[in-house]
Design a protein. Structure first.
Length: 431
């Protein structure tokens, strides 16, 4: 069995390799193909990946490629973790927001829009190659903005088996487990736990947690609220959490505390992209060491905790027809009553050989639905604009976004976004 990773030169890749090594008994991988257009970086990261696998007895081979179609050929699974324009483009997204007094974050607001516009056309070319040389393969997208990208795949590549994944739900799950372990004094196996969450990627609310089928949410919520009340500057207002009886996804800070986030941006440099660029420079230097055969501790500075866990668990559940519950991004298809069925949501799904099956879920309350509906409108418009190069649709997407510019600045922001990313957005510059 072959798994192909598009964006294989990512500094996350060694962690992913370790995830596959931990599952060789149940997931019989024969070839892990790392594909990247950056040949130099691929050699560094890929060479390190090969040493890691060799140090574990070479249960599978690691191949390297700069040819996307060849890399995809014959693969059972394609994992996308690419970044069009690499870190300099992320930095541009951040400072695009700063220039216009808007949120400049890689998945949220104007920064997330720019990233999606660069990424979606590339994903469509990957889809073309899957159709040609790997029909039936499963596309697992980790590339941010994961929800918007998966919405685009659903709209324009519905014949491809694709789903979106993020590490935020599993990080929330593990954090809740840690809290329960403190309260109970007992070790809790994560495989016995299920997180009830619903919304969009980076715009969701956690609202239930079961251990061995028993609902523990009241305990989880009370402990969380008590912790908030003890903090001088709590992440969330205890009153908000108490009223909603839900824990918001961290990224909702950009919507609920927008002014605070904009103030933080004014302290740049360094922006997060600039921090990561410094971290990656050190990581790549370490990866280049021919004596290194295990991921260094510094990899945790990069973020993305539990990335290898969520990725390999998901593929393993699909391959082995396990029927496990995982939180993924898929069109809900009516699982949330009253919500448009074509919406891609981040929600618990049963994963088996046939794919991801959304588990019927109660809709979120009105206080959440309004924001979700507005952002989903923005996502759909952005996906259409990215594929068509239609500036009118792009204008509408900016108007629709709750973190977008004021009406008088929409055109100025749009032109700045397009010109900053001109070499990556040929659709918008056709004669």
């Amino acid at each position: 069995m072959k798994v192909t990773v598009i964006g294989g030169g990512s500094t996350y890749t060694p962690e992913l390799v370790n995830g596959f090594l931990a599952r060789t008994q149940t997931f019989p991988l024969s070839e892990l193909c790392l594909m990247d257009i950056d040949a130099k970086r691929l050699q560094i990261v890929g060479g390190f990946a090969q040493r890691i696998v060799a140090a574990h007895g070479s249960p599978f081979k690691v191949t390297l490629s700069t040819n996307q179609k060849e890399a995809i050929g014959g693969a059972s699974y394609i994992v996308t973790q690419l970044r069009v324009g690499q870190m300099p483009a992320r930095r541009e997204d951040e400072y695009l927001g700063l220039r216009h007094g808007l949120v400049g974050q890689e998945t949220t607001g104007i920064g997330g829009m720019a990233k999606a516009l660069r990424t979606i056309p590339v994903l469509m070319k990957i889809v073309d190659d899957i159709r040609a040389v790997a029909p039936g393969a499963v596309l697992v997208n980790f590339t941010n903005p994961a929800g918007l990208n998966t919405q685009a795949l659903s709209m324009f590549a519905g014949d491809i088996h694709a789903l979106g994944v993020c590490n935020v739900p599993i990080t929330a799950k593990m954090t809740i487990i840690e809290g329960l372990e403190k309260v109970t004094g007992q070790k809790i196996d994560a495989n016995r736990c299920e997180l009830n969450t619903l919304g969009l990627n980076h715009l969701s609310w956690h609202r239930g947690f079961k251990v061995d089928g028993e609902e523990m949410w009241n305990q989880v919520l009370q402990a969380f609220i008590a912790e908030l009340r003890q903090e001088e500057e709590p992440e969330w207002s205890p009153e908000l959490v108490e009223t909603l009886r839900m824990i918001p996804n961290y990224y909702l800070q950009y919507y609920y505390n927008t002014h605070h986030k904009l103030e933080q941006q004014k302290a740049w440099p360094p922006s997060r992209a600039e921090e990561v660029m410094a971290i990656e420079k050190d990581l790549l230097r370490e990866y280049s060491d021919p004596a290194l055969s295990e991921p260094p501790a510094d990899l945790m500075k990069r973020g993305g905790a539990y990335y290898s866990t969520v990725a390999t668990q998901l593929l393993n559940a699909h391959y082995n027809n396990l029927g496990e519950t995982h939180v993924v991004n898929v069109p809900h298809g009516g699982a949330v009553k009253g919500w448009p069925e074509n919406w891609v949501l981040e929600m618990p799904c049963k994963i088996d050989r046939q794919g991801a099956h959304p588990i019927p879920a109660e809709p979120l309350p009105d206080v959440c639905y309004g924001l979700i509906a507005q952002v989903k409108s923005y996502e759909i418009l952005t996906a259409k604009a990215a594929v068509s190069g239609d500036r009118g649709l792009l204008y509408q997407a900016l108007v629709a976004h709750p973190l977008g510019p004021e009406m008088g600045n929409v055109e100025t922001v749009m032109e700045d976004l397009l010109n900053t990313n001109k070499k990556y957005l040929p659709n918008f510059f056709r004669a």
